[in-house]
Ligand binder design. Structure first.
Ligand code: G3I
Length: 324
């Protein structure tokens, strides 16, 4: 790879990463890699409900503001993640006592306070995250679903749009590439919102995927989302290399080559969709040392384009090759 080549410089759409504030502050190579390679960032955790709104009347902007300032200083866009999610709501929300009107107000207050705080600074949001279960029905374990019914989804978009009519609003989920069941349910949900006139502008496809996933499924995911006419964000890309949890697996040259090919295929397929629908590609963190996958599955894995020392992997070349 020639000197001066960077992902933000070579790709014809924004390239970003999910960023962990602790690493951004404390690990120079991490910070330098983000600055060098990315023109978009997503907070890995700092903009989630429990981080921003830990108790009913307390908002804690410190970490998210730090990331927004970092992005502004370095000419990057910030994609907001995520306003409403069933995972990790703070205890005060889980314990909240109120009727449907009060819950509606809680939803509205949170969304409008956060979107309002970042108006003019955060131009896009994952408004609602992961409402769809694997079997294609809405997740009933969501506190929002339990308290407000399925309408919480459209309400969230409407409230976000009221707070910042210029912001691009996304529905974000994983598993588009698993197969038609979940994918079709997500697309139906999004099309239904569109047809009702709900302000939705994009689909976030997380794409936490595996090197064993078929190209056909990956292409179906990207192309089906594109057919909605909405903007498409590959929002949390990583490619797991050890899905069978082999504790002593080595990341061989052969595995690295297979990962490179998968990154290339995803980028090539995405590069072929209409330009005005390309919101960008975001990887879920930067180097292999930072990935959520090692902690989540308690195994070695190497899902990202940079290695544990922020050196470019063959996967990085695969991304570049995807836009050749
Ligand atoms: O900050 C605390 C730390 O103080 C404490 O010592 C430690 C003990 O476990 O926990 C730390 O918080 C953890 C946080 O990550 C920061 O590392 C939480 O327990 C942990 O649950 C949290 O995990 C995040 C997860 O979302 C849940 O919010 C992952 O970092 C993050 O990568 C992951 O991201 C999600 C996307 O938001 C949505 N799509 C799937 C994706 C992967 O799961």
């Amino acid at each position: 790879i020639e000197e001066g080549v960077t992902l933000k410089g070579e790709l014809p759409f924004p390239f970003g990463a999910a960023v962990n504030n602790n690493l951004l502050k404390n690990r120079a190579a991490y910070r330098e890699t983000v600055i060098k390679e990315c023109n978009s960032v997503t907070a890995e955790n700092a903009m989630k409900f429990s981080q921003l709104h830990p108790s009913e009347n307390v908002y804690n902007w410190t970490e998210a503001d730090y990331l927004v300032n970092f992005a502004q200083q370095n000419g990057m866009r910030v994609h907001g993640h995520t306003l409403i999610w069933h995972k990790n709501p703070p205890a005060w929300v889980l314990n909240y006592q109120g009727d449907a009107v009060a819950w509606d107000q809680l939803l509205k207050n949170h969304i409008q306070t956060v979107v309002g705080h970042y108006k003019g600074k955060v131009a896009s949001w994952d408004v609602v995250n992961e409402v769809m279960a694997e079997n294609g029905t809405l997740r009933t374990e969501s506190i929002w679903y339990q308290k407000l019914g399925p309408q919480f989804i459209e309400k969230a978009f409407i409230y976000a749009h009221e707070a910042d009519p210029d912001a691009l609003l996304f529905y974000n989920d994983y598993g588009h590439e698993f197969g038609p069941t979940k994918r079709t349910a997500i697309i139906n949900l999004v099309n239904d919102l569109k047809s009702k006139g709900v302000p939705i502008h994009g689909i976030g496809m997380q794409m936490h995927t595996r090197y064993t996933q078929s190209d056909a499924n990956l292409a179906a995911a990207i192309n089906t989302a594109t057919a909605t006419g909405l903007k498409v964000h590959i929002a949390e890309l990583d490619i797991q290399m050890n899905p069978d949890n082999v504790q002593d697996l080595v990341f061989s040259a052969g595995l690295a080559a297979q990962q490179k090919a998968k990154y290339e295929f995803i980028v090539k397929t995405y590069n072929a969709i209409p330009k005005d629908q390309q919101f960008g590609i975001t990887t879920w963190n930067v180097g292999d040392a930072d990935t959520w996958i090692r902690g989540e599955y308690n195994r070695p894995d190497w899902p990202l384009p940079f290695d544990d020392n922020y050196q470019r992997k063959p996967a990085y070349q695969g991304i570049l090759d995807g836009v050749k």
